[in-house]
Every structure is written in C-alpha cells, then in structure tokens.
Design a protein around this ligand. Sequence first.
Ligand SMILES: C[S@@+](CC[C@H](N)C(=O)[O-])C[C@H]1O[C@@H](n2cnc3c(N)ncnc32)[C@H](O)[C@@H]1O
Length: 280
Amino acid sequence: MSTRRLRREATARLQQAGVASPERDADELLAHVLGVGLGRLPLVDEVGDDQGAAYDALVARRAAREPLQHLLGSAAFRHVELAVGPGVFVPRPETELLAGWGIERAREAGPGAVVVDLCTGSGAVARAIGDEVPGARVHAVELDPAAHSWAERNLAGTGVELRSGDMATAFEELAGSVDVITCNPPYVPLTAWESVAPEARDHDPHLALFSGDDGLDALRVLARRATVLLRPGGWVGAEHADVQGESAPAVFVATGRYEQVRDRRDLAGRPRFLTARLAR
Ligand SMILES: C[S@@+](CC[C@H](N)C(=O)[O-])C[C@H]1O[C@@H](n2cnc3c(N)ncnc32)[C@H](O)[C@@H]1O
C-alpha cells in the first residue's frame, strides 16, 4: 500500500469526523505504527498489510474522537514525555506556559527552592520543573487514584515527591515554607458541558474538568490553601479558562492576602493563567 495514499485517505477521514488537526494526527499515527520519527515519514513509500491494518484501526479510533495521545500512549510536554491513557487528563500544550512561569520563579528562588504542584494529574508540570530546575525540591499531589497511578509512573526516579490526597489539606508540614505553587485545576463550568470537545468530555476524567457552576470552585480552594503553604513573598500560578481572565484573579484578590495579582495571556492573546504573590 502506498504511504501517500494512506495518509491522504486518513486525513480526509479525520477531517470528516471533525478532528481539529487531521493531517498532523494522520501523520503522527502512521509514524507511530511504522516506528519512525515524523521527519522520516516522507522517506517511507510503501506499507505492509499488517501495518496498514494496524493504521486503519487507529485511524478509526481517532475518527471516533479518542484522544491522539491515548492512541500513542504518550504526550510531549516541554522537554519530557509522559505516559498517558484512560484515567488521566492529557497534558495540554497551553499548560507549558504555566510550567515555564513556575520554572522561572523556582530558578529565582535559588538552590533548594521548594515547589509544590497541586492537582498534578499525569505529573506533567512537576516533572517539567524537576527536569529544568535540577536543584529544586518538587512535591506533587493528586486526588484521583487512577490519575495518581499515572503520575507514579511518570515521576518514578525523577526525585519529585508524589502524594495521594486533596489539595485542600495536602503538605501541612510545608506550611509557610513553599517558594512556588503551580496548579492546573479543574475549571470548566458544569453548565459548559455541551461545549467541551468529545476528546475531553468522553476521555478526560470529570474530576479533572468540572468545578462547580462557574468553574471556579477549585480555584477558591487553591487561593485559600496557598495562603497556608506559601512563605511570605512566595508565588502561586494557576491556569484557568479563557473566559475567566477577570473572574479567576478576582478570587485571589478577594482573599486580601495577595499582591501583584495579574493575569497572563497565551501566544494567541487569550487569558490563560493568573499569578499572585503572598503579601509579606
Ligand atoms: C486539569 S487536570 C490537570 C492535570 C495536570 N496538572 C496537567 O496540567 O496536565 C486537574 C487534575 O486535578 C485533580 N484534582 C481535582 N480536584 C483535586 C483536589 N481537590 N486535590 C487534588 N487533585 C485534584 C484531577 O483529578 C486532575 O488530575
């Protein structure tokens, strides 16, 4: 079977199914089946029957809107690869910005910086910070047992300390000593259920997505908990939905405990995460 034809047909099938990046996904799946990097794909002219059948099965699953990363079994995040699959939230490229901000703050804090990643999911943000700030002491917590198992796998041997538990009460012994908190909490309003893409709605755990009627319940818990964990002058950064560019920072302002509360945009100019500093 000609590779070019397979790619063309798969792209058309994925496009018809409403997949956002059909050509890219068709190529990623084919490279996965062939065991080659994306860059080498144009060098392969023909595909064997078994590989063709395996590709067809994966394209059918992607057309049914299974997340690409579940089919590949991994997701790239900054400089690391994370194992992902059913039971854990797939790390998104936009969260790399929050991780990058956390990395800068951890570097500023100097050797031995204490970093806590709340709602760690696959462990993506904690793992990236540990990877890029070798001297930092990174801690992470996850409530959902299935997601925690994925994080265990992704953080094994990295030096990141992982716990199972609720961010509302986690890390009591670190109270008043944390330099940087990162958190990508659930933030989708329950009322927005219909607007969530099938990949997320049907495959990301609901505990990872939804957070009360206005989507801000978890951020309210975070705003309170961070006042306990942070040292005076310590930083907290939290992702939110693009419609929460004012309401999410307002949650932190309302506590009266933070200074320099501001919202930050992604490369497309959309409000993406807030940052705040515990008043000294
Ligand atoms: C949007 S996902 C983010 C996962 C990961 N940090 C990332 O950016 O890919 C939110 C995660 O928070 C977890 N979670 C929700 N409520 C929590 C809580 N109260 N305490 C700890 N984790 C919680 C969910 O299970 C989910 O794994």
